[in-house]
Design a binder for this molecule. Structure first.
Ligand SMILES: [Zn+2]
Length: 338
């Protein structure tokens, strides 16, 4: 890796040893990218290493910039598999390998199950799956990874579910928060007495959310990182918007035609088709939309509505709508004023 960075910088510039490179990764990445004049601002500001590990930003960026790298020899040995796959590849793998059905209703039911149960006790998840028409194969669930556990001296280990997506939050020292930054609640381990589960205290100023209870790591499982990032994270918004539109009185179908797009909405005789896009980097979203034009109107969920102007100015011909605006369109259609 140092060799690649040295070659990009040219003689006499940039880090010249692996140690020097590691030092650079503790500072904003822009310092290493002087030669790349078109680099995304979000990437320039990102710090990849902190407190002896990868930062949350690093996880985020790796997920968005995931691409098929396996053709490049050697990369697959040091990168986790989810960094080398497109989100679509992961979705189709889950479709084939975890859900394994060609029936649309079973597909929707099974995918909804994954989104609603990204973690829990192995027994509990097994019981919910058996005796239902949900088809989920076990291999997508893994032990809760070490970086998402709080280990005590007495040997016990604990995890907490994110209030937004219910996947185990990352534990860094005593700080606990979701790896997906828009799920913004931040906690600290407040009490950690022996023989009692450790307890969290909320430390950020965000909107109220229930403080999750600690769960024991023994017997617990969670979906692997790729399935969480590309199915559960967007799925939490997809299910929420679906629920809210149904509450308004619209008919909503999730992932129609085996995931051709995200939501088909029928309200007051009008049909809407939308594809949710929830990217941290609007530049990355624009690049992906250029490479593969969407099959439905692009919808920015409320956490990402602020990106609309940047995206419109890069892609003036794109049909794009914010969640707030879309809701009022559906409401108008329901009142028959569309
Ligand atoms: Zn989360």
């Amino acid at each position: 890796m140092t060799g690649i960075v040295m070659e990009a910088h040219g003689p006499g510039r940039g880090p010249v040893t692996p140690h020097g490179l590691v030092q650079c990764l503790h500072r904003p990445l822009g310092g290493l990218l002087e030669f790349a004049t078109d680099a995304d601002e979000m990437i320039r500001a990102a710090v990849l290493l902190d407190d002896g590990g990868l930062t949350e930003e690093a996880y985020d960026l790796a997920a968005e910039y995931a691409m098929p790298l396996s053709a490049l020899s050697g990369t697959e040995t040091w990168l986790p598999t989810w960094t080398t796959m497109h989100s679509e590849q992961i979705r189709s793998e889950v479709f084939a390998g975890m859900i394994g059905t060609r029936n649309q209703d079973d597909y929707v039911r099974s995918r909804t199950f994954l989104i609603e149960h990204p973690a829990g006790s192995r027994e509990e998840i097994g019981e919910l799956v058996s005796g239902s028409r949900i088809r989920v194969l076990g291999k997508g669930y893994v032990d809760v990874p070490d970086g998402q556990l709080h280990r005590r001296k007495d040997g016990s280990a604990w995890w907490w579910a994110c209030p937004d997506c219910r996947w185990p939050m990352a534990v860094t020292g005593t700080k606990v928060r979701c790896r997906y930054r828009p799920h913004a609640a931040v906690f600290r381990i407040a009490t950690d007495a022996d023989r009692r589960p450790p307890a969290l205290r909320r430390i950020d100023e965000g909107p109220r959310a229930d403080v999750p209870d600690a769960r024991e790591a023994g017997g617990s499982v969670c979906l692997d990182h790729g399935v969480w990032r590309f199915i559960v994270v967007p799925g939490a918004s997809e299910l929420r918007i679906c629920r809210e539109l149904r509450d308004l009185g619209a008919d909503v179908w999730l992932w129609p035609e085996r995931d051709a797009y995200d939501l088909r909405v029928v309200a007051g005789g009008r049909e809407f088709r939308v594809d949710l896009k929830e990217y941290r980097s609007p530049h990355r979203l624009v690049a992906d939309l250029r490479a593969k034009p969407p099959r439905a109107r692009v919808l920015l969920p409320r956490t990402h509505q602020h990106q609309v102007d940047v995206i419109k100015s890069s892609l003036p011909g794109l049909d794009i709508v914010t969640e707030t605006r879309f809701r009022s369109e559906v409401r108008r259609a329901l009142k028959g004023r569309a």
